[in-house]
Each structure stands twice: as C-alpha cells, then as structure tokens.
Design a protein around this ligand. Structure first.
Ligand code: FES
Length: 193
C-alpha cells in the first residue's frame, strides 16, 4: 500500500503549520523517491524544504509537522535537526551569513572578513540585523579550504573572498539584485529537491 501523506491534522494551538499546495506536491514527490516503508529517508530534504518554506527556521511545531508527514516520532526529527548546523532552531534573518573561522581561512584573512561584516552590518556573530535581513555566524570549515577565505550565504557559496567582494554581495542583497546564489535555493539544494 502506498504511504499516504496527510497534511490536514497539523493545526496546533489554532496556528496552522502546513506546506502550500505546490510544496505538498513536492513533498509527495520527495517521499516517492524512496521504497514503500522507507519514507523516513526523506527526512533531510523535507527539513530543508520546511526551513525554506515555513518561516526560515525549524520551530518545534514545524518539526512535529514533519514527523507527522513521515509517520515517525517527533524525537526522531529533533535528533536530526539538532545534529546538522544547516538547520536553525531559532528565528533568524532572511539571509544567514556563515563565515569560516577555521585555521586555513583564518590565515588567509577570514578574521578580517568577519570583522568587516560585523562593522558593515553593525552586529556580532550570533546576532541579527534590526531589519531582520541578516544573521551572522562564525562557523568551522566549510569544506573549501583551497579557496579560502570562504563564506556561505544561505545556500550560496562564496570563495576567495575579499572585503570588496563581501561588500558587493551584501549591497547587492540589500538592493535585491543578488538572489540566485544567496537568497534561497542554491544549485545543490535544487538538485536535492
Ligand atoms: S578552513 Fe575555511 S573552508 Fe576549510
């Protein structure tokens, strides 16, 4: 029997947590990639989708909703969501800037880049700008040490950074002219979805 996705039962405390019709179709398509009875394997792509589409972070209600869709226990979702740093469990800015602080990036100017971002946006790591646009995080190796210094903005990857390039990226985001690689689903995520 085919696994049936039910989106209707997840209205918690009068607040609806639900994917749009288009995203519900995407959810069905993602789950259908896996054999019957193995729908749990769709958990990671569903969490990415939920983070993108349901408020930019994974609240407890959103994680419960995903657990319900997959017919698994909420704690199984919490375990995964808290393990991967790609998932945020707290509200954050529309654009999450993650600047690498590990040694190869640090010796290539990573600290200076982080300092520059902090001064340009007026926030410290872990903070969000008052307009809700940017959250800054200093993170460990992003896996592109050969092209240090490196930062990630949402799913967009930026290597061989300079303060000029960072300034340009931030200004472009503010003006709305840089979205493809910074504002939402990057190439890897498109493949994932
Ligand atoms: S040390 Fe920065 S990407 Fe690896």
């Amino acid at each position: 029997m085919q696994f049936k996705v039910d989106h209707k039962q997840y209205v918690k405390e009068g607040k609806e947590v639900r994917f749009s019709g288009e995203m519900q179709a995407k959810v069905r398509q993602l789950i259908s990639r896996y054999p019957e009875g193995k729908q749990k394997s769709a958990l990671l792509p569903l969490l990415h989708l939920a983070q993108e589409e349901l408020g930019g972070y994974l609240s407890a209600d959103v994680m419960d909703y995903i657990a319900g869709i997959l017919g698994i226990q909420p704690v199984e979702v919490y375990e995964v969501a808290t393990f991967y740093t790609q998932f945020s469990l707290e509200e954050r800015g529309k654009f999450l800037i993650e600047i690498c602080r590990t040694a190869p990036c640090a010796v290539c100017g990573g600290e200076k880049m982080s300092q520059f971002i902090q001064e340009k946006l007026g926030i410290r790591p872990g903070e969000t700008t008052p307009d809700g646009l940017f959250t800054l995080r200093e993170v460990e190796c992003l896996g592109a040490c050969g092209n240090a210094p490196v930062m990630q903005v949402n799913t967009g990857f930026h290597e061989n950074l300079s303060v000029e390039r960072i300034s340009e990226i931030i200004d472009n985001i503010k003006s709305g002219s840089e979205t493809a690689n910074t504002g939402g689903t990057g190439k890897w995520a498109e493949e994932l979805f």
